[in-house]
Design a protein around this ligand. Structure first.
Ligand SMILES: [Zn+2]
Length: 268
């Protein structure tokens, strides 16, 4: 089982392109997904329309901070104000639910800052949504922008690398004793997913993954509960593994450094 969570919503300046991209992305979603929106994108003319369309389709609108700063590299007060600013922007919108995701998954530079963020978010009624399946789609989409980019080969690589990542996440969860964990996959609202989110989800389904409701996955105790209290942030399975001292299958070589060496080797 995996649910789709989509972050940022850095919409293109060109309205027609933004709406076309968004329609392709929404059409690929078979069940309720969660949109983690950074409010700084409100400067885009399509911002309102896109969020309304997501809500109309039944998806969740959630908080990804206003400015998309790194919470581990800035002062606590600055970040808290920024999260609150995004709350004010989004919380009256249709579809809004109080889920929060840290930009870069950065939950604080040390335990003290992590605790401060946790206390603030919990007092504000927020549930923090972690990630268990990364896709590195932000790194792959950069290849699409290169002159002479071969879309088909980039798409093939994207599907193959995410299958590998999902398989690794599944094996890691099993090693941690989490048999029926509904995974949370992170993708971004970008050109790559306008082209390939549909084929990606179909490929994952053919591998046996069931695409499930994002709310169900985010409310699962392992996801909605506090992360292990260790100094670190990032993928939830990685934190759980470190906290438990459990050996999990080695991270796939081809995904090292966000897939950059693998894509370079393929000439993408
Ligand atoms: Zn983000």
């Amino acid at each position: 089982m995996l649910a789709v969570t989509m972050d940022d919503f850095n919409l293109p300046e060109n309205s027609e392109r933004a709406l076309e991209r968004d329609l392709r992305i929404r059409s690929a979603l078979p069940v309720r997904a969660a949109a983690f929106v950074s409010g700084k994108n409100e400067t885009r003319s399509t911002f309102d329309r896109v969020l309304s369309d997501w809500a109309d389709d039944g998806h969740i609108i959630a908080n990804h901070s206003y400015s998309h700063m790194n919470s581990s590299e800035n002062e606590t007060e600055v970040i808290i104000r920024d999260i609150a600013r995004n709350h004010d922007l989004l919380s009256e919108r249709a579809g809004f639910e109080p889920y929060f995701r840290f930009p870069f998954l950065a939950g604080g530079r040390d335990l003290a800052q992590q605790d401060d963020y946790r206390a603030f978010l919990s007092d504000a009624g927020y549930i923090v949504a972690p990630v268990t399946i990364d896709t590195y789609d932000w790194n792959v989409t950069a290849r699409l922008e290169k002159p002479g980019a071969d879309r088909a080969r980039i798409g093939d690589y994207y599907l193959r690398s995410v299958r590998t990542m999902a398989k690794h996440a599944h094996a890691s969860a099993l090693a941690l004793g989490l048999k029926n964990l509904p995974h949370l996959m992170l993708v971004h609202h970008n050109a790559l997913n306008a082209l390939f989110l549909g084929p990606l989800l179909k490929t994952l389904q053919s591998d046996g993954w069931e695409i499930v409701d994002a709310k169900t996955a985010m409310d699962h105790p392992v996801m909605a509960g506090p992360p292990p209290r260790i100094d670190g942030w990032g993928n939830r399975l990685n934190l759980l593994r470190r906290a438990a001292g459990v050996e999990v299958p080695a991270f796939p070589d081809e995904l090292q450094n966000f897939g950059t060496p693998a894509m370079d080797a393929l000439g993408l």
